[in-house]
Write a protein that binds this ligand. Sequence first.
Ligand code: FAD
Ligand code: NAP
Ligand code: SF4
Length: 670
Amino acid sequence: MATPYPHLLAPLTVGSVTLKNRVLMGSMHVGLEEERGGFEKLAAYFGARARGGVGLMVTGGVAPSRRGWLKPLAAKLTNQREARQHRIVTDAVHTEGGRIALQILHAGRYAYHPASVAPSRVKSPITPFTPFPLTGRGVERTIDQFVRTAELAAQAGYDGVEIMGSEGYLVNQFIARHTNRRKDRWGGPYANRIRFPLEIVRRTRAAVGPDFILIFRLSMIDLVPDGSTWAEVVELAKGLEDAGVSILNTGIGWHEARVPTIATLVPRAAFTWVTAKLKGEVGVPLVTSNRINMPDVAEAVLARGDADMVSMARPLLADPDWVQKAVQGRPEAINTCIACNQACLDHAFRNKRASCLVNPFACHETELVITRAHRPKGVAVVGAGPAGLSAATVAAACGHRVVLFEASAELGGQFQMAMKIPGKSEFAETVRYFRGLLEERGVDVRLSTRATIDDLKAFDEVILATGVVPRPLDLPGADGPNVLSYLDVLRGAEVGQRVAIIGAGGIGFDVAELLLHREPHEPELEDWLAHWGVDRKHSVPGALLTPAPERPDRTVHLCQRRPGKLGRKLGTTTGWIHRAQLKQGGVQMHASCVYHRIDEKGLHVDIDGKPTVLEVDHVVVCAGQLPERSLEQPLRTAGVSVHRIGGADEAAELDAKRAIDQGARLALSL
Ligand code: FAD
Ligand code: NAP
Ligand code: SF4
């Protein structure tokens, strides 16, 4: 049968190796690398993705030396003993018919330890340590360490290595003037600054022979001041080809760049035009990357000729069977990565094991295992938000007879609201995925049905996934006509030109973003790039222009009672983006607020002790949520076995990550 994805699923020959398709699983540090027993868990994790049909996988970054560690005791590969530990991973992948390369990553000034080194003594804005500049001998020694790690990777059974030359790590630090202020043969003119990557590749190729896959991840657009120009990128790419790379992978932006490159508000495939510019300049296969998460997107990118392969990292955390489902022509069955970063990158940055918000089984393959129940039970799940969807589908997979009650006419709970926020339309994919899974697993779904005690009494187990209700505001005037709850706004209530929002949590930020646009829309790529100051022509170093955000449609005040920066609890890797967006939209942020009353003039409030009236047409209340548990006590009194998950269990600090994870774990335990 003809596939809708002929370019994506076409094999690719690289040297003496034929990859079965054009999907490269990009490097992700998941935290198992340093865990006790982590190699067995990594073997299961990579094995699952190899079984799912990925053409080539790249491991998380492994340091070639202690100095290159991202943090103390991070993964390194510097001796035979460590190489032997990797065997279980490479064997697992090869048994499943996959291919895997080890990424060699030297953190340079991005290392989170005081012994970090870099080309020059230039501190990074995202780490507290100033690096030691490498001596000339230190540079030579570092190159030898890269080569040694590549040799050890070959001994460990890897099919290749990827030299991490992008995202602002050590190799990239040598290339860009931004961080390379050296006056010796490794600094100064561009030809000197690229000597480091070229020597690493040349000497590695000489050491590992012609058949070993040698990928270089090239920063094609730095998005930092004093980054490379496009002419320099092309010069380096050609040099790398001559030095012996087999594949060039694309890096977009340094970690310190203030342009979002992978978050959910980044349009799908927003940066493949960067790789496309390099097509025709070199003969080796090019891999493109960033926000490619569904087969039709990947196919379009490849069919257009932007690249020869697509790199996806997070989408394969979200669904290990992504490729297989594309092969089967079942894209609707894919659990799509919504690019939230909440369980993957945010965990990595907090030294926690990564997983996936929409797939809590990711990186827990040996611990969370679906097995058929010996005695299948009758299970009622009340509420089809993320928690209930997760519990119902996992319980059904275990063989239980599951009925899912949902009071509204739609699945998804609060995801139905989240998807209305500009830049969050991906949340609809999760609802689509669960809808298909409920059907596939035979769950009896009863929409528009508010479950009652009578409906539930006969079940062996009742799972309350009834979510939350908005916290009412206890303030004079809170019942006035000019006061709306976030639910009213998200359901389309008319909102005036001047608005004050009470509560600056995730929902307060999202509502502020929504209110900046009279007509919420997904921006055109050109507009989005201009908004964030990305130079499409790449005519300036680093491709950075002055951001040109759209003019906001409203005056918005965002208020919280706590002192300090607003949005402190937003995601580690995404909070800065939300803050930057609201700042660009002119949102006035007020901390240390004491609210007094609301009347026809607006919100009467002390800000930092000063009495003020925020003269607004509407006050929108986003003051958190309370659990909805009204069914619990009557059910317990009736002797029913009741469980709570998601918001129904605990509304404080609730997010969809906890809701989905809790749902899955409870269902496995029934
Ligand atoms: P809910 O999603 O609230 O679902 C509960 C469901 O139960 C509802 O559908 C309700 O109709 C149903 N129900 C209640 N009582 C009954 C009954 N008696 N019978 C039948 N059905 C009943 N989280 C994140 O992690 N990341 C984000 O970026 C994010 N963005 C958000 C943006 C917005 C605008 C909003 C509103 C929320 C956002 N959230 C986000 C929060 C996230 O959606 C919630 O944490 C999550 O939905 C909680 O899941 P839940 O299943 O516990 O409850
Ligand atoms: P939240 O994050 O707990 O924020 C509630 C806000 O209301 C806080 O700013 C709080 O700040 C204020 N508040 C609390 N009680 C109040 C009161 N009695 N009067 C006035 N203000 C009060 O909750 P949320 O914004 O409703 O979000 C719900 C959940 O959804 C969150 O846990 C969040 O993780 C998740 N979510 C996540 C994202 C995301 O991007 N990751 C986006 C949306 C939602 P002060 O006490 O300082 O005033
Ligand atoms: Fe994608 Fe979010 Fe899962 Fe990370 S946690 S893989 S960004 S869906």
